[in-house]
Design a protein around this ligand. Structure first.
Ligand SMILES: Nc1ncnc2c1ncn2[C@@H]1O[C@H](COP(=O)(O)OP(=O)(O)O)[C@@H](O)[C@H]1O
Ligand SMILES: [Mg+2]
Length: 217
């Protein structure tokens, strides 16, 4: 069970949720998305897919426990997409999750939002990783590395796979697909598959425990 949490809109929660879900479907897993966002972006994305997996269930924070219980035996992987607002949704999602992923852009204001999201996950001692999303290919790699280093000093781990800004993400999402389906040999598809593989390793505990947050950081 994976929770996507970030108290900021537009940082890529839904994009990464749908893309990781389809990567898992293509890996022959039974996959569901639980959409806790009242704006129901993931659910609308699913409407356009008809019966094609993954299944997407739109629900509210108060119902999450019950919904997840009913899903337990039917799915190998459940991803929970959350709204950007502070409230119950990210709390209950993180509580239910084995792994918390926090997408962010590499900008000071976004990083500040990351730190707030991390606090919530840290309070529950869940394995938590930041994912750099929508990174410009033109930007020097050193910016990402420096941001990674600074977060590291606070005990915050960043996924090794950076997701870049690519048109295929938005375009595919708009037609209820993912880049894995519309452009399976693209760089977008490659980086999502790499991220998915890494996520799988985290879930299986193969890569060891993620760094624990330092006290007072
Ligand atoms: N890596 C990316 N490259 C290009 N566009 C992106 C990328 N990630 C997100 N977007 C676009 O940014 C917008 C917000 O992304 P979304 O996943 O809906 O964010 P959130 O769910 O966190 O609010 C969408 O239009 C999406 O297509
Ligand atoms: Mg969203």
């Amino acid at each position: 069970m994976i929770a996507m949490a970030a108290r900021k809109g537009g940082c890529g929660k839904t994009t990464l949720t749908t893309h990781l879900a389809v990567a898992a479907v293509q890996d022959s897993r039974r996959v569901a998305i639980v959409d806790l966002d009242p704006q129901a972006t993931a659910a609308e994305w699913s409407d356009g897919r008809g019966d094609e997996p993954p299944d997407v269930v739109s629900t509210q924070p108060a119902r999450l426990g019950k919904v997840l219980k009913g899903m337990k035996d039917d799915y190998d992987l459940v991803l929970i997409d959350t709204p950007p607002t502070t409230g119950e949704a990210d709390r209950v999602a993180i509580e239910a999750a084995d792994l918390v992923l926090i997408p962010t852009r590499i900008q000071t204001s976004d990083i500040a939002a990351v730190l707030r999201s991390i606090e919530r996950a840290a309070g529950q001692e869940k394995p938590t990783f930041v994912i750099f999303n929508d990174e410009s290919a033109a930007r020097r790699k050193s910016v990402a590395e420096e941001t990674r280093r600074v977060l590291g000093t606070k005990g915050i781990s960043v996924a090794p796979q950076v997701i870049h800004s690519r048109i295929a993400y938005g375009e595919s999402q708009d037609i209820s697909r993912t880049a894995l389906e519309t452009e399976p040999t693209s760089m977008a598809a490659d980086e999502i598959r790499a991220l998915y593989e890494w996520v799988g390793q985290q879930l299986n505990g193969k890569a060891g425990k993620p760094q624990k947050r330092k006290a007072g950081a």
